[in-house]
Unconditional design. Structure first.
Lengths: 146, 109
């Protein structure tokens, strides 16, 4: 009995710890799940590129450019581009839905980064195939307030 | 506060047919994440611009959905392939369903 109670308590403690940790920051899994909830399938590496500084002194506004190789014609274009960050309080950053009118699948934006983390982008083509890329950015001063 | 919110655009006014035009947009907005505490230690409620829709002559070009991880004064640049003269229209919407619009004409030669 004693042994089982101990195990249960340890288990509960571990669970609470995990929940707390999850409340504080997103994890790589959550970032993947956030994207997977919208883009069904397994992304392949390639086609997507993320441009961001290696070290961001100020996490409040980190410039990020995401581009996807695509001819952006009616036959073949990037339908959506999902951007997530795996170390912020919430994993989502932004979703961009393109049409062939855009001509080029590239966006530049500024993101808030709470800490050193990986940015993940997944591109969904019009035929449903997914491509992904990620990039780590080291953050000196976090930028999510608090 | 809301009166200070102003969209800004940088779009070329002329372009060649079929040219890829770079469009730069920004809207002055604090993008409150809902995680920040004010001086009294109370959480400031979330209020962000959560969407930007861009159309060219009424046809959609780009729909952006933003999360709190997008920096204050959300900046976005992207491309449009112009085949004909027309008007680019931008509509930003925030959590309170308030929206702001801006337009820019492109003359194609």
């Amino acid at each position: 009995m004693v042994a089982s109670r101990l195990t249960r308590r340890t288990a509960l403690g571990a669970l609470a710890g995990a929940l707390l940790a999850r409340n504080a920051f997103a994890t790589p899994d959550q970032a993947r799940d956030w994207i997977a909830a919208m883009a069904k399938g397994t992304p392949k590496d390639g086609k997507v590129s993320l441009k961001a500084p290696e070290i961001a002194e100020n996490g409040n506004a980190v410039p990020l450019t995401v581009s996807v190789e695509s001819e952006m014609s009616e036959k073949s274009y990037v339908k959506a581009l999902y951007v997530a960050a795996d170390g912020n309080p919430n994993p989502g950053v932004a979703v961009y839905e393109f049409t062939p009118l855009a001509g080029k699948a590239e966006v530049a934006l500024r993101v808030r980064l709470q800490q050193t983390q990986k940015l993940v982008a997944v591109a969904e083509m019009n035929d449903g195939t997914l491509y992904t890329a990620s990039r780590e950015v080291k953050v000196t001063i976090g930028g999510c307030g608090g | 506060m809301a009166d200070d919110i102003k969209p800004r655009l940088r779009v070329p006014t002329t372009a060649k047919k079929g040219e890829l035009v770079e469009v730069k947009t920004l809207i002055t907005h604090p993008m409150e994440t809902g995680l920040r505490k004010d001086a009294d230690g109370k959480l400031v409620p979330r209020l962000i611009v959560n969407a930007l829709a861009v159309t060219f002559n009424g046809k959609p070009v780009l729909n952006a959905k933003l999360e709190p991880a997008v920096a204050a004064n959300p900046y976005l640049s992207f491309f449009v392939k112009v085949e004909e003269s027309g008007t680019l229209k931008f509509t930003w919407t925030d959590d309170n369903k308030q929206s702001w619009t801006a337009e820019s004409k492109i003359e194609v030669s």
